[in-house]
Design a protein around this ligand. Structure first.
Ligand code: ATP
Length: 510
């Protein structure tokens, strides 16, 4: 199967087996919004818990909070989101398609680069082995012309974006003679800034209502609570505040399933440090976060760092942890050194001091911040798309199996009476009662045992326990392993310990 097919299968498997549904599907869904089903919500809870334990429980200097989604509107003025959290948009009047103006220009530049590559390729064929591509590109008049063109467009684009001059941006699209990929026409609207925040009204009366925003990131709920948390939990710098929760962005181009959603969940941690030590902590969190990912066991080849060369105005270092999704390496988590930008801005806009008195230095300062920010839905997609496998068995048949790391599997163990009579269902229920207080267990007596195994494979249950006629006599059951499909007979008295040893979250932290 090619990656496209695998991805399609993952999406349909997710729906068929109750992991992810399109939102309000009976009304044909809502763009880039999804609901998590019975197994999806379990998997998501487990991933959130894996993150929460690693960040809070296992770090003595990190505590958690749960801030509201609505925040005072000035929060988003101070953070820069009202003025700058936007994309420049342009519409083609004939196709009615909407594009990001900067992306249209970047695609145009890529085309010119393509022409350069072709020239060089042609010349390489002409000149044979002695050919020096760099020398050719820096002397050939045609290539030089293309290079100059690229440079000119880049300079104009950068200037227009930095100064926010949207007319220039539109003129540049006209001057480059860019056509709409759908209609082929150059009939463009003007360029507008499109803010990605969702706004709504709070309050009952028309004149008393204020515009509030659905938070586009969870981080600001942490910044505004910095002093509350520091004082009440008696935290000393360096320390961190962690939070998981929904964030909302009106993404223009939303596709690739739950990779880019308009409503999604973030897991963020802001780590407050003494100014001047932020680079050490930035390195520390880069390594710690990568270690956390690797401990899930999806494979080291699936991850890579992408260091940002172009930094946001508030950052002095930034990197992404990219994951190899079926559609290629893409951002899964960001680690950012945000300086004192956020706390400084909130001080300025609120007029309240947001400083820390450092008893060792005997001085007060605005702490610097290193942030780790991961999308729970992207993590879900990373795990699901890696776990999904189609295997051909010895007898030539195939099975679809989700090879989740056992501690995060939605259902940990299924108890299956071999037949639905002769006292076996009753014995199975006894065993189910023994397990259900510790782990999410299922009991299932419908259909043949083979079909029940397949169903548990398809939802990723690591262990199946089969109760047969002998179990009533010898007090033993058969335990089947999802991945190896090997079966082992063990005493019921050892079962609970066996299951726990396999699925405990602590296995991931060893
Ligand atoms: P991208 O470049 O993909 O738009 P970003 O750099 O804007 O992402 P951040 O603002 O750094 O993302 O947000 C932190 C994390 O939140 C990302 O690493 C990603 O996992 C997740 N995230 C961001 N936007 C979305 C979205 N629209 N849908 C799902 N997850 C998202």
């Amino acid at each position: 199967m090619n990656p496209d097919e695998i991805f399609k299968n993952v999406v349909s498997h997710a729906k068929e087996y109750g992991f992810v549904f399109p939102s309000s599907e009976i009304y044909d869904g809502l763009g880039a919004v999804y609901d998590y089903g019975p197994y999806g919500s379990e998997l998501k809870n487990n991933l959130r818990r894996y993150w929460w334990i690693a960040m809070t429980q296992l770090n003595e200097n990190i505590v958690g909070i749960d801030a509201a989604i609505f925040m005072h509107p000035t929060t988003w003025k101070a953070s820069g989101h009202v003025d700058a959290f936007s994309d420049p948009l342009i519409d083609n009047k004939d196709s009615k398609k909407r594009y990001r103006a900067d992306v249209l220009l970047e695609d145009h530049l890529a085309k010119i680069q393509g022409k350069i590559d072709k020239e060089v390729e042609k010349a390489a064929k002409r000149f044979g082995e002695s050919f020096d591509p760099e020398m050719y590109a820096s002397t050939n008049p045609r290539v030089l012309g293309y290079r100059e063109e690229i440079q000119k467009v880049e300079d104009r684009m950068k200037a227009a974006l930095e100064s926010g001059n949207l007319e220039d941006l539109q003129q540049l699209i006209v001057d480059c003679e860019i056509v709409c990929p759908v209609s082929g026409s150059r009939n463009w609207t003007e360029v507008r800034q499109f803010n990605l925040m969702f706004g709504t009204e709070m309050g009952a009366t028309a004149d008393g209502a204020t515009t509030v925003y659905l938070r586009p990131e969870t981080a600001q709920g942490i910044f505004v609570n910095f002093l509350n948390v520091q004082k009440t939990a008696r935290m000393k710098i360096p320390f961190g505040i962690a939070q998981t929760g929904k964030a909302f962005r009106n993404e223009i181009v939303a596709r690739q399933f739950i990779f880019r959603m308009r409503e999604f969940e973030q897991m963020e941690m802001q780590f407050f440090v003494r100014p001047g030590t932020e680079m050490e902590w930035y390195q520390h969190w880069k390594e710690a976060r990568m270690k956390w990912h690797l401990a899930l066991g999806l494979g080291a080849d699936k991850y890579k760092f992408h260091d940002h060369l172009k930094l946001a105005h508030y950052a002095n270092a930034a990197a992404d942890i990219e994951f190899k999704f079926p559609f290629g390496f893409k951002e899964l988590e960001g680690i950012h050194s945000r300086t004192d930008f956020d706390l400084g801005k909130h001080e300025e806009f609120s007029g309240k001091k947001l400083r820390y008195f450092d008893p060792e230095l005997n001085e007060s300062y605005i702490p610097y911040v290193v942030e780790t920010s991961i999308g729970l839905d992207r993590l879900f997609l990373a795990v699901l798309s890696t776990a999904y496998q189609v295997e051909t068995l010895a007898d030539g048949s195939t099975r679809e199996v989700l090879k989740f790391p056992a501690p995060i599997a939605p259902v940990k163990v299924a108890v299956l009476p071999l037949v639905n009579k002769d006292g076996l269902p009753e014995k199975a229920r006894e065993i189910f009662e023994l397990l259900r207080f510790d782990v999410n267990a299922q009991i299932d007596s419908k259909e043949s045992i083979g079909k029940r195994y397949r169903r548990q494979d398809a939802i990723g249950t690591p262990l199946c326990v089969t109760v047969d006629h002998d179990s009533l006599v010898d007090g033993m059951v058969t335990v089947r392993d999802r991945d190896t499909m090997e079966q082992e007979r063990i005493p019921i008295s050892e079962l609970r310990g066996r299951v726990l040893a396999k699925v405990e979250m602590r296995n991931l932290f060893r």
